[in-house]
Design a protein around this ligand. Structure first.
Ligand code: NAP
Length: 364
């Protein structure tokens, strides 16, 4: 029997990598997309097939996390085996501009989906993408036992969604899991994230279409991983015997400034010449968030391998090549080394040995 997965946020960074992974594993993937006036399917274009194709394994449905009736109808229609809930307003900074919207989509959107699952009575397994933003003012170590003291609309909304996921697991006996994810990036990361903003700016500076890079504080220390490795952990969580919650992160912390310097020096540019201060106040000034993911290491056999210097190279190479520039190429070599290439853009086929991942081999 072909397994069916329903994915919210499929047009985003993680949703698109997860769809790659699930299709490479033989799943039928059903994704929720928003009805927009401009194209939002750029990251999944390589997976899209003609809707009249009888043998297709990739399906998209218009809908929104603000629309509970639509979510319920879709679950009835699709009858998925696994639900991956990744959709939402995902920017900590924008959360302060859009606090009500962030609560509606990230907090209440999760309850709408959980309610849809409960009402349909399906036995689908449920994954919720939660965030280190929930820790807020809590001191390290940041593991599953650390208290949540959110200090942002995004953190507060994710905390509500986290506890509702736990509640539906315990009260209704639903196989529901939370991941508490630390930052993970890639060439598919949204363009205003400091990492992607940096690697894109470098490519544009080299192409002569941008003069400077404007960033806020360089101090915040983050735990940066490579997104395709994190979606594998999402899948592993739903293959366990029992549902549980897991912190996902690399365990290594680096400041925004370190990332910027590493990226500029990779292509031989002097960062001090191009970096300018964005004077606006920044909510995350000074905070250091580094994961203690020992539970996921131990129980899921999951450990991300791409370190932040390698991540820089993967992202700079990709952004340069997207502009038709010749990249230094170290990023591509790193993907080869770890067998992490996901999709051959020319043929559209998944490539690059997902089977090389030890955890996947164990549960395949
Ligand atoms: P992303 O690239 O920003 O993608 C967000 C997705 O949610 C997009 O597909 C977006 O659709 C969709 N979405 C937004 N509002 C929606 C709505 N009202 N209804 C339905 N869909 C909606 O985020 P990501 O980096 O892939 O992150 C995936 C999940 O992991 C998120 O829940 C995020 O909070 C969590 N997380 C990520 C990180 C990280 O470092 N990446 C860290 C911690 C937690 P459009 O394409 O139409 O905008």
């Amino acid at each position: 029997m072909v397994k069916k997965a329903f994915v919210t946020g499929i047009t985003g960074q993680d949703g698109s990598y997860l769809a790659d992974l699930l299709i490479s594993k033989g799943y039928q993937v059903h994704g929720l997309i928003r009805k927009e006036s401009s194209l939002n399917t750029l990251r999944i274009e390589h997976l899209m097939v003609n809707p009249f194709e009888p043998e297709r394994n990739f399906f998209l449905y218009y809908g929104d996390l603000s629309d509970g009736a639509r979510l319920t109808n879709l679950l009835y229609e699709i009858s998925p085996d696994e639900i991956y809930h990744l959709g939402g307003q995902t920017s900590g900074k924008e959360g302060f501009d859009l606090p009500e919207y962030t609560g509606n989509i990230d907090a209440l959107g999760t309850i709408r989906l959980l309610e849809a699952l409960r009402r349909t009575g399906l036995k689908a397994r449920f994954f919720h993408a939660s965030s280190f933003e929930m820790y807020g003012a809590s001191p390290p170590p940041y593991n599953e036992n650390a208290p949540f003291r959110p200090r942002s609309p995004l953190g507060a909304a994710k905390t509500y969604a986290y506890f509702m996921t736990v509640t539906y697991r315990e009260h209704y006996n639903i196989f529901a899991c939370n991941s508490i994810m630390f930052d993970h990036e890639s060439p598919r990361r949204f363009e205003t994230a400091p990492t992607r903003k940096t690697t894109r700016a470098i490519a544009r500076i080299l192409a002569g279409t941008q003069k400077n890079l404007y960033l806020g504080t360089l101090e915040p220390v983050r735990d940066w991983g490579y997104a395709p490795e994190y979606v594998k952990a999402m899948w592993l969580m739903l293959q366990q015997e029992k549902p549980d919650d897991y912190v996902l992160g690399s365990g290594a912390g680096h400041s925004v400034g370190e990332f910027v310097k590493e990226a500029f020096s990779y292509v031989g540019l002097d960062w001090e010449r191009y970096l300018k201060k964005d004077p606006r106040p920044h909510a995350s000034a000074g905070a250091a968030y580094v994961a203690d993911a020992s539970k996921a290491n131990r129980e899921l056999d999951w450990q991300p391998r791409v370190n932040y210097q390698e991540l820089v190279r993967i992202m700079v190479d990709a952004d340069m090549e997207a502009l038709g520039l010749k990249s230094p190429g170290e990023g591509k070599a790193i993907l080869e080394k770890y067998k992490l290439n996901t999709i051959d853009r020319a043929s559209g086929n998944p490539v690059g040995g997902m089977e090389e991942w030890p955890g996947l081999r164990k549960y395949s």
